[in-house]
Design a protein around this ligand. Structure first.
Ligand code: SAH
Length: 232
């Protein structure tokens, strides 16, 4: 049995191209290095597998394709960015996604974070304020065969009431404050992962939880720098 398990593991790894494997290793290493302040020393196997399953090169601009597996953010269209793999992995881990979950993402951008999440949950709804990005992300996700992700153009500050409540909500642009509509669309016990702070200054990545009695608790996990959450 041990041999079979080992062979299976090797096969799984062999399916991941070497550059993506190296990105996973860099992410694992930086998670460990930042554990002192994030409190997260390791990523779950499920999150690592999801990161290993998504071809990041499909989500970056052609000019940056050779850099797609560096552990850095990269420019995408409309002056926006695809987040650093470390941040995508940490935010995914912070959300604590479960297989039956329906989650909302605010800030589709390239569609990469949505793709990672889609490997871990039942359905991902994602809202993007720049119509051009919503269109291109939809097209890439469709081309790659993702069927459990729905993208729409719009202001994600208002969430997506038609599909609420959500088991989890992830916001990938920095908000000046926690948008009340998002708290309202979160299931009791659900998590909201969101960068909050000044647009060009200090931002903190928060885990916000709402319990059954509506009590809101916040935990700051790490300082970050995101593009701003803009409004319609
Ligand atoms: N999750 C993305 C990262 C995107 S960067 C990825 O994996 O590539 C943040 C994105 O949030 C940008 O595309 C920006 O246009 C979008 N955004 C900013 N304000 C928004 C809002 N109010 N509603 C929806 N999307 C917003």
């Amino acid at each position: 049995l041990a041999i079979i398990v080992m062979v299976m593991t090797l096969n799984t790894n062999a399916d991941i191209p070497p550059q993506r494997q190296a990105m996973l290793e860099a992410v694992r290493q930086s998670v460990l290095e930042s554990a002192g302040y994030t409190g997260i020393a390791t990523l779950s196997d499920a999150v690592m597998a999801a990161m290993g399953a998504v071809p990041r090169e499909a989500f970056v601009l052609p000019a940056y394709r050779d850099q797609a597996y560096r552990n850095t953010p990269l420019p995408i269209a409309a002056g926006q960015t695809i987040s650093q793999p470390l941040i995508v992995a940490l935010m995914t881990e912070m959300l604590d996604p479960q297989p039956g979950d329906v989650v909302l993402e605010v800030g589709t951008g390239s569609g990469y974070q949505a793709a990672v999440l889609s490997h871990l949950v039942k359905h991902v709804y994602s809202v993007e304020i720049v119509a051009e990005l919503a269109d291109s992300a939809s097209a890439v996700l469709k081309k790659l065969g993702y069927k459990n992700i729905t993208v729409r153009a719009g202001d994600g500050y208002a969430g997506w009431p038609e599909h609420a409540p959500f088991d989890g909500i992830i916001v990938t642009a920095a908000a000046a404050h926690i948008p009340p509509p998002l708290l309202k669309q979160l299931k009791p016990g659900g998590r909201l992962v969101i960068p909050v702070g000044e647009y060009s200054g200090a931002q903190e990545l928060l885990i916000v939880e709402v319990d059954g009695s509506g009590q809101v608790s916040k935990q700051s996990v790490l300082p970050v720098r995101f593009v701003p959450l803009t409004r319609d």
